[in-house]
Design a protein around this ligand. Structure first.
Ligand SMILES: Cc1ncc(COP(=O)(O)O)c(C=O)c1O
Length: 386
């Protein structure tokens, strides 16, 4: 079923017909063999996408719940963390830690720029005051990728935990959890994992489990020790009722990812990004971030001064059934964002560009109809059938 909507949000994303139908199956009990098999398969599929041998826990909540759980489980009273903030979601991770009474030192980068590793090196030089580094792999508010690998290396050198928010990247942008030494990686079902909202997935390294054993922050629902106990000893159960319907969809979506092959999935995201970015440039629109740090799952485009965001969004929706969004904080009203993650296909990209051309021209911009579409077509043509 390809309904008429062209969902170009950076989550929730369009869900395939197979995954939707899978979620519509009759309910099962969560202490049954059937449910254990469901969780076992989902966990294996997640390990493939996370590229990890670590435990991957399935939590019933959105991505923010997974982030909160990562803080509540790994840290203790009196701990201090270094938080790398490149936008609204980096800021959110830092704020969660503060709410738990953790001392947070931020390194703030300009919105639209990526983490500058030399600043992190400087901050860590000659000090052992930090317990962990918090980072956002894909800063969705700006469309910037921060590479975890060099930060993982630094975390290893300084014996720190590395906690990664990969909510809008995992499954769309490469993240080698084990190789890159990420102790905790948090994602959620409704983004590149192509499923409905409702489940957050968290990988936990053995080093993180050591910290979890001594963590004294209060938790019950979020307790990873209980989650691991149920996963291993029951086995493949969760301490409380899981989001069974979302897990059914996720099971199907993970099969789709495996069938396509992770490398091909990443390549497809790259091609979609390239096509969309080139089209925007061809239309004379300014991209918020440069190619080097550009996200492969979401692109932020500066709003031309003549155009009001709410009007653009409404017209795209009403006239062309295309869903886009704006941004937050300092970027509110200054950019529009287009998500290209999960099931996104060439026709989604082409329809979005075409609709943007029409609406922007109607709003008085000097747009040559078809020029953005042509730029995207050229990318697709050059990249062959991927
Ligand atoms: C990078 C990042 N972190 C966290 C979140 C919050 O996720 P949720 O809305 O699932 O709680 C989002 C949502 O867009 C995100 O993009």
């Amino acid at each position: 079923m390809k309904n008429k909507r062209t969902m170009m949000l950076p989550g929730p994303v369009d869900v395939s017909q197979h995954a939707l139908l899978s979620s519509a199956q009759r309910m099962i009990g969560h202490r049954t063999k059937e449910c254990e098999e469901l969780i076992a398969e989902v966990t294996q599929g997640l390990k493939y996408v996370f590229q990890t041998e670590h435990d991957v826990l399935t939590l019933t909540c959105s991505g923010t719940g997974g982030l909160e759980a990562s803080i509540a489980n790994t840290l203790s009273r009196g701990d201090k963390v270094l938080s790398l903030c490149t936008g609204a979601f980096g800021e959110r991770y830092a704020t969660i830690a503060e709410r738990y009474g953790i001392e947070v030192e931020r390194i703030n980068f300009e919105w639209g720029e990526a983490v500058d590793i030399s600043k992190v090196e400087e901050k860590l030089e000659g000090t052992d005051q930090f317990k962990a580094i918090l980072m956002t792999h894909n800063e969705t508010s700006t469309g910037v990728i921060n590479h975890p690998k060099p930060i993982g290396r630094l975390a290893q050198e300084h014996n720190l935990l590395l906690l990664v928010d990969a909510v809008s990247s995992l499954g769309g942008i490469e993240l080698k959890v084990d190789d890159w030494k990420a102790d905790i990686v948090v994602t959620s079902s409704q983004k590149a994992l192509m499923s409905p909202p409702g489940v957050s997935l968290v990988s936990v390294s053995p080093k993180a489990f050591e910290a979890i054993e001594s963590s004294d922050l209060p938790k019950f629902y979020w307790d990873f020790r209980r989650a691991k106990k149920f996963l291993v000893e029951r086995p493949n159960q969760t301490p409380a009722t899981p989001a069974i319907s979302t897990l059914r969809a996720l099971q199907e979506a993970l099969r789709e990812i495996r069938n396509e092959g992770l490398e091909n999935v990443f390549k497809r995201h790259e091609v979609m990004t390239m096509a969309f970015r080139q089209a925007m440039e061809e239309l004379g629109l300014e991209l918020l971030v440069n190619d080097k740090v550009a996200s492969k799952t979401v692109t932020a485009v500066k709003l031309p001064s003549k155009v009001k965001f709410e009007r653009l969004k409404e017209r795209l929706l009403k006239e062309y059934n295309v869903y886009i969004t704006g941004s937050k904080g300092k970027l509110k009203g200054r950019v529009f964002r287009v998500g290209h993650m999960g099931n996104v296909s060439r026709d989604d990209i082409l329809s979005t560009i075409s609709a943007l051309e029409l609406v922007l021209k109607n709003e008085g911009l000097d747009i040559e109809l078809g020029s953005g579409v042509k730029a995207a077509q050229q990318v697709f043509y050059k990249e062959g059938s991927n």
